[in-house]
Write a protein that binds this ligand. Structure first.
Ligand code: DMJ
Length: 652
């Protein structure tokens, strides 16, 4: 609290005189009379004892004001003068009041209260000195600790809750979007096939529950848990990834067990490095979907908690997030191998859908701002032939190697541009433009037709084409079909044809193997088409992308071949991947007998089985008008924009 100089001065003058008097009387060194020269000059004959010449008056005034300035300066500029000020001026009246009512109140000269004032000044000085000494003796880490604690205190106070904000999220009205669970298909064969997929889910889930409960994934051959370093020491990836599949298949007993595990065991306070992308698409995405499907608050709380923990990844000069992040320390870093100093397009470009929903469910706009900034950085950069290279340096904001892919390293970036527009109820015009421009560049530079008539999307290495297509790239059939409707009118039909051709090519990549399961990558050179030629590209790890494209194509065309192709995949999975303990990937799809890799990937439950189930469901089950799937097949509701009123809580 401040006090004006005008109010201080009279009190100060009085105090000055008063202090001098006290000192003199007490120490007996200077009689009261010796003060006279400061107020009068008795030996000047020409003047009366009370009158002075002008120059004398002037000198006296000078001396007096110099003295006052000195005292005033001492009070204001000596170290910790505030303590002096508070001791003398702010508290003196209180001290005086007390002395008046106290035992010494008879001493109207205030000898007692003067002592007390001086004692108080001394005490405050000593205290200030001790504090200063204490601070000087502290180690820098202790001081930093203190600063952090103070900061935390301020934040908590600002939130007005003095506790964990995660437990105090703003109220959000929950309204379940339509189609969370679907009607049974009328056609008996489809019903049977759908039931078969549910049975597969039950087998995969039961194996995990029995042999690997709480681990990230299941090893179905050795019947034990499997941990991938993508998640650091976060546990339960399969549980979180499978939640929404359990829900939409109406496996509610299993869903409840999974919910219970999340409530009691899902812990993000881990001192280990995680992949920001993987944790976002599987954990944040899985929790968000579980929340929107079930309305259970625990999922919203956990999603926001994890989202908050991912925010430090964006602390880079450009705001392009680090690929890896220690969730406890908040320290980010680049990938160890391959990417040089770069972050990866498909990773930093696949946060948008989840982060927009996090802002909506937490009331914290920071999530949305972070992902919008990524677009800003990208839009400032020149793009070779309109293409987005896979690598970007988060420090300099410059592209790394000019490699472009619609498969691994690039894929879901394109997917999220389109889906951001759809999820925004088609209001995100920037996302829309970026998507259709990028697709045009892909068509011109990467899309090719083989001599056998198969359309494929090649990879681009600094202007040179590598005629290879990854299993991951097969998702593009579904993506292009999903976006065809929003393309300029003259392109809609063309894009639907492209999507259908990509679906056919990817089906061929399955059909041309011994196990009828697709290889990790297949080539269109050296006299082959849609076949893997390198040993390290012949494996199948239960990936969903081909089935995902069948599902989209079925919804948009109702061409029965897509259900047939999906059913072929079901049979191959049952024949070659199903084991007593669960489902496993295989090492070589061209070998006549499967060699299992002993991993049941969490995306098998999140994506592959979910897309199969939806392929055999009616279109109103998680209808595209209401839901958008994140890249891990976690459905997120379209955020409706009421044209007359912004209703951030409105789900449908
Ligand atoms: C999934 O984790 C996601 O689909 C991701 O975008 C890439 N592919 C894997 C499954 O193949």
């Amino acid at each position: 609290m401040g006090i004006s100089a005008a109010r201080l001065l009279p009190e100060f003058n009085l105090l000055f005189l008063f202090c001098c008097c006290r000192r003199t009387e007490k120490e007996g060194k200077m009689p009261v009379a010796t003060l006279l020269p400061f107020t009068a000059t008795p030996n000047r004959k020409s003047a009366s004892p009370t009158s002075f010449r002008l120059t004398e008056k002037f000198i006296l005034l000078l001396v007096f004001s110099a003295f006052i300035t000195l005292c005033f300066g001492a009070i204001f500029f000596l170290p910790d003068s505030s303590k002096l000020l508070s001791g003398v001026f702010f508290h003196s009246s209180a001290v005086e009041t007390n002395t008046r009512t106290g035992p010494d109140s008879s001493d109207s000269g205030s000898a007692g209260s003067e002592d007390r004032i001086l004692a108080k000044i001394r005490k405050d000085h000593e205290k200030a000195l001790l504090e200063a000494k204490d601070t000087l003796q502290k180690r820098t880490d202790e001081i930093q600790d203190d600063i952090l604690k103070d900061k935390e205190k301020v934040i908590k106070e600002a939130m007005g809750q003095g506790g964990n904000d995660i437990n105090n999220l703003p109220f959000v009205e929950y309204r379940r979007p339509p189609g969370a669970t679907g009607h049974e298909p009328l056609d008996p064969e489809t019903r049977e096939r759908r039931a078969k997929v549910k049975e597969m889910m039950k087998h995969a889930w039961d194996g995990y529950r029995r042999y690997a409960w709480g681990s990230n994934e299941l090893r179905p051959v050795s019947k034990q848990g499997h941990s991938s370093n993508l998640f650091g020491s976060i546990k339960g990836a399969t549980i979180v990834d499978a939640l929404d599949t359990l829900y939409i298949m109406e496996m509610f007993e299993e869903f409840d067990a999974a919910t219970d595990w999340v409530e009691k065991n899902l812990d993000f306070n881990v001192n280990s490095r995680v992949s920001v992308f993987e944790v976002n698409i599987r954990f944040v995405g899985g929790l968000l979907s579980a929340y929107y499907l079930s309305g259970k608050e625990v999922f919203r709380r956990k999603a926001v908690e994890l989202g908050e923990k991912l925010l430090p990844a964006f602390k880079t000069p450009t705001g392009i997030p680090w690929a890896l992040l220690n969730l406890k320390s908040g320290i980010g870093r680049k990938l160890a191998l391959g990417a040089g100093c770069s972050s990866i397009l498909a990773e930093y470009g696949t946060l948008h859908l989840e982060f927009i929903h996090l802002s909506r469910l937490s009331g914290n706009p920071e999530f949305g701002q972070k992902v919008m900034n990524i677009r800003k950085v990208l839009n400032r950069l020149d793009k070779p032939q309109g293409l987005y290279p896979n690598y970007l340096n988060p420090n300099s904001g410059q592209w790394g190697q000019h490699h472009v892919s619609v498969g691994g390293l690039g894929d879901s970036f394109y997917e999220y541009l389109l889906k951001a527009w759809l999820m925004s109820d088609k209001t995100d015009e920037e996302g829309k433009k970026m998507y259709y421009d990028a697709l045009q560049a892909i068509e011109t530079n990467l899309m090719r037709k083989s001599s056998g008539g198969l359309t494929y999307i090649a990879e681009w290495k600094g202007g040179l084409l590598e005629h290879k297509m990854g299993h991951l790239t097969c998702f593009a059939g579904g993506m292009i079909a999903l976006g065809a409707d929003g393309a300029p009118a003259d392109k809609t039909g063309h894009q639907m044809e492209q999507a259908a051709e990509i679906a056919r090519t990817c089906h061929e990549s399955y059909a041309r193997t011994a196990l009828k399961l697709g290889p990790e990558a297949f080539r269109f050179d050296g006299g082959v088409e849609a076949i893997a030629t390198r040993q390290n590209e012949k494996y199948f790890i239960l990936r969903p992308e081909v089935i995902e494209t069948y599902m989209y194509m079925w919804r948009f065309t109702h061409d029965p071949k897509y259900r047939e192709w999906g059913w072929e995949a079901v049979q191959a999975l049952e024949r070659h991947c199903k084991l007593e303990g669960g489902y496993s990937g295989v090492r070589d799809v061209y070998a006549s007998t499967p060699n299992h890799d002993d991993v049941q990937q969490s995306f098998y439950l999140a994506e592959t089985l979910k897309y199969l189930y939806l392929l055999f469901s009616d279109d109103d089950h998680l209808a595209f008008d209401h839901w958008v799937f994140n890249t891990e097949a976690h459905p997120l509701p379209v955020i409706r924009r009421d044209k007359t009123e912004a209703k951030p809580n409105q789900v449908e």
